[in-house]
Design a protein around this ligand. Structure first.
Ligand SMILES: [Fe+2]
Ligand SMILES: [Fe+2]
Length: 198
C-alpha cells in the first residue's frame, strides 16, 4: 500500500517514543513500536509537527493490520476477520493521509513521506501465534485503539475549526471500529486456544 505525498528521502529509521505512549496499533519490530518515515518540508510549527507525528503513527498502523490479516489467514481464521483487518489497514492509510494533510496545511508545504515500516509473518507454533494475536489485540487494539478513539472524541468535541473536527471525527468512528475488531479477535483467539498471559 503506497502513500505518495512527495519525495521519499532515504531517512534513517526512526524509533519511538515520547514518554513511551503509543496511540493505536503500531507495527512492532521485536517489542519496539515503529513510526513511519516522514518529514516536514515547510514551516516546522508546533501544530505542523504535532500532525506529522500523528501521521507517522497512523502510517505505522497500516503494516500492523496488513501483518495481522496475513497472520490470521495463515492460522485459518474466518474470512470475515481477515477482511475486517484488511479494511482496518485501509482505514489507517486514510488516517495517515488526513494527518499528513493537516501537517501540510500547518507547514505550508507538502510533507515528504517515506516507506512504511516493514512486516513479515511471524513464526512460532500455533499456540504461540494465537496468543500473540490475542495479547496484541488486547493491548494495542482494545486498549490502544480504544484510547485513540476516546482522545480523538475529546479533541473533536472541543475543536472549533471545522476541518480539524471532521478529521478527528473520522478517526473516532474508525478507531472505535478497530477496538471492536480487537474484541472479536481476542474472543476468537481464546476459543482457538490462545493464552493472554505474557
Ligand atoms: Fe488510526
Ligand atoms: Fe486503528
Amino acid at each position: 500500500m503506497l502513500l505518495s505525498a512527495g519525495v521519499s528521502p532515504a531517512l534513517p529509521f526512526i524509533l519511538l517514543l515520547d514518554n513511551g505512549v503509543v496511540e493505536g496499533r503500531p507495527v512492532r519490530h521485536g517489542d519496539v513500536p515503529q513510526l513511519a518515515q516522514a518529514i516536514l518540508l515547510g514551516r516546522k510549527s508546533a501544530r505542523a509537527q504535532y500532525w506529522l507525528r500523528r501521521g507517522r503513527t497512523e502510517h505505522a498502523s497500516v503494516p500492523a493490520f496488513q501483518q495481522l490479516a496475513a497472520e490470521l489467514h495463515a492460522l485459518g481464521a474466518p474470512r470475515e476477520l481477515v477482511g475486517r483487518a484488511l479494511e482496518a489497514a485501509r482505514d489507517e492509510c486514510g488516517h495517515a493521509l488526513l494527518c499528513y494533510g493537516m501537517a501540510q496545511r500547518h507547514s505550508g508545504m507538502p510533507v515528504a513521506v517515506g516507506a512504511s515500516p516493514g512486516w513479515h509473518i511471524r513464526g512460532g507454533d500455533r499456540s504461540t501465534r494465537l496468543s500473540r494475536i490475542a495479547r496484541e489485540s488486547l493491548y494495542d487494539g482494545i486498549i490502544g485503539e480504544g484510547n485513540a478513539a476516546k482522545r480523538a472524541r475529546g479533541r473533536r468535541d472541543a475543536e472549533r475549526d471545522e476541518l480539524t473536527g471532521r478529521v478527528e471525527n473520522a478517526i473516532v468512528v474508525e478507531e472505535s471500529r478497530h477496538a471492536d475488531l480487537a474484541k472479536d479477535l481476542v474472543h476468537w483467539a481464546v476459543r482457538e486456544g490462545a493464552s493472554l498471559a505474557a
